[in-house]
Design a protein around this ligand. Structure first.
Ligand code: NCD
Length: 336
């Protein structure tokens, strides 16, 4: 694909070679993300960060990634603080805001809304999650994490065994991840969810058409038994008609250290797009896993900065210039 000036709306835009390119650029961003060097390559550029749904990681890491490349961030959160609350259309909002920004990241509760916005935008738009549809940058950072976590044991993404657990119906991160896995070979995907929250049939068919083995289960213990990655997800309460309806499913599949020890292979890596729902009635990923070295959730979140820096550098066509605008950091940076 041509990255320069591109919108990033869906994983369907990517070929395998594009993914490898994103990961290669993400690797090169490590000295900056780890505060060993600073670069001003995007000095003067503005990111319009527009988040119409709650977000911590995606919003802040997109912003941090842009700042780490030397750019500025302008942010809007929630409908009430924008003219959309006065009836302004997505079209008008896109025409106006794209005049103030060089690139826009947007999250919106409606499937397809970010693509609609992008069609009217004068600058590239990145989908930060559109309803239950897609979350492409999350899938990229998830696969980047999978690749990194498996390198230690000499394995790659081809031949991967992964369990996706929880709300597979409304979870946009697993939707994008399934599409991404279709670009790879010989993958075994175990889908563990309540029947009512099963992975959409279309995505299951796409996985099968890619030659992957898909197993569907309602049994957590069996599902996580022989996998490299156990990818847990939160019940997407905001997509249900009421909290009571979400309650029917909350807490159904809980992974904790005792279950991990009993059923998982010793090196199974635990992932979650976060936030994990730590309320007592949910708790899909227990805090007692925090000291488990195979809990990759915070490494996964850190990787989001690298992948998002890579997307900005590619879209704004500065990959080859990043190091030219670099210098050592001035401050104490004692991070690991
Ligand atoms: C996810 C999302 O918003 O889709 N969070 C994220 O971006 N890391 C998952 C979730 O909210 O459960």
């Amino acid at each position: 694909m041509q990255f320069t000036g591109a919108h990033i709306l869906s994983i369907e835009q990517f070929e395998r070679s594009d993914i490898e390119r994103v990961f290669q650029v993400a690797d090169s961003m490590e000295p900056y993300a780890q505060r060993r060097k600073v670069t001003r390559v995007l000095e003067g550029a503005i990111l319009g960060n527009m988040f119409f749904e709650p977000s911590t990681r995606t919003r802040v890491s997109f912003g941090a990634a842009f700042n780490l490349l030397g750019g500025e961030v302008r942010e809007t959160t929630g409908f009430q603080s924008t003219a959309i609350a006065k009836g302004e259309s997505l079209y008008d909002t896109a025409r106006v805001l794209s005049g103030y920004s060089d690139v826009i990241c947007m999250r919106h509760p409606q499937s397809g809304s970010v693509a609609e916005f992008a069609a009217a935008s004068r600058v590239p738009v990145i989908n930060g999650g559109d309803g239950s549809n897609e979350h492409p940058s999350q899938a990229l950072l998830d696969l980047y994490t999978i690749r990194k976590e498996l390198i230690a044991s000499g394995r790659g993404v081809d031949g991967l065994r992964i369990a996706m657990i929880g709300d597979l119906k409304f979870g946009r991160t697993v939707h994008s991840l399934c599409k991404l896995l279709c670009l790879y070979r010989d993958i075994q995907v175990t889908l563990v969810s309540p029947t009512e929250l099963a992975m959409p049939e279309q995505l299951v068919e796409e996985l099968r058409a890619a030659g992957h083995q898909v197993l569907v289960s309602e049994d957590l213990a069996g599902g996580i038994g022989h996998v490299d990655i156990a990818y847990s997800t939160r019940i997407q309460e905001e997509r249900f008609t009421s909290r009571e309806e979400a309650n029917l499913y909350r807490g159904r599949f809980r992974l904790n250290q005792a279950i991990y020890t009993q059923y998982c292979e010793p090196n199974t890596v635990i992932m979650h797009p976060l936030p994990r729902d730590s309320r007592e009635d949910a708790n899909e990923l227990d805090n007692d896993l925090n000291l488990n070295p195979n809990l990759a959730i915070f490494r996964q979140a850190d990787n989001g900065v690298l992948v998002r820096m890579a997307l900005f550098a590619l879209i704004l066509d500065v990959v080859e210039q990043v190091d030219r605008f670099a210098r050592p950091v001035n401050w104490y940076s004692g991070r690991e």
